[in-house]
Design a protein. Structure first.
Length: 212
């Protein structure tokens, strides 16, 4: 099965990607992971991407797409794959089509913006041991203190409400139009993200069952 995952930041794509990967035995790959692997392997495109990153510049779409094309044609993806974080825009989706990559299903996980802000802004991270808490869903026994190592919990910059709102705005403007793009192709499936991860997973598997 060849899948694309869509959804706003904080919608739970990464968590569901792991569940899908385990069930179907296919790799879940993010753009970042593919880029890092290409750089580590010293591929020509990987070195080109590194030159942009070393200068602090964004890696151009053409280079990213080339690296992804190489990865998707590797043995790792011979039985399928889950793309998480690509495509992010209509031009990237068109480039994926131009590669001749056939996508079986595009899974969109829908979560209300207000709920995403609550989810992400409530996260607290321990910089010492890496443990994650949440003020609502997984509160620490002592406020502001990590249960695991007893050190202070902090709010990551990415989880600050103003940052979350900015990321959501970018998603709605640039990435969300992909829903219409794939809906017209007939392979878009939409799942409403639930409060409990397992409930969302159940809906995800039900939605994907018709593509098996």
């Amino acid at each position: 099965m060849k899948l694309i995952l869509l959804g706003a930041p904080g919608a739970g794509k990464g968590t569901q990607a792991e569940k899908i990967s385990t069930k179907y035995g296919i790799p879940s790959v993010s753009t970042g992971e593919i880029l890092r692997a290409a750089i580590k392997d010293n591929t020509a495109l990987g070195m080109e991407a590194k030159s942009f990153m070393d200068r602090g510049d964004l890696v151009p779409d053409a280079v990213v797409i080339g690296i992804i094309k190489e990865y998707l044609s590797s043995d790792n993806c011979k039985n399928g794959f889950i793309l998480d974080g690509f495509p992010r825009s209509i031009p990237q989706a068109e480039a994926l089509d131009a590669m001749g990559v056939t996508i079986d299903a595009v899974l969109d996980i829908e979560v209300d913006d207000a709920k995403i802000v609550e989810r992400m802004s409530g996260r607290r991270v321990c910089l010492t041991c890496g443990a994650t808490h949440h003020v609502v869903y997984n509160p620490p026994k002592k406020e502001g203190i990590c249960d695991k190592c007893g050190k202070e919990l902090t709010i990551r910059k990415d989880d600050a409400p103003e940052t979350v709102l900015s990321r959501l705005e970018t998603y709605h403007n640039i990435t969300e139009p992909l829903k219409d793009y794939y809906s017209k192709k007939g392979n878009l499936v939409v799942v409403e993200g639930q409060e409990q991860v397992d409930e969302t997973t159940k809906l995800v598997f039900e939605a994907l069952s018709r593509f098996e």
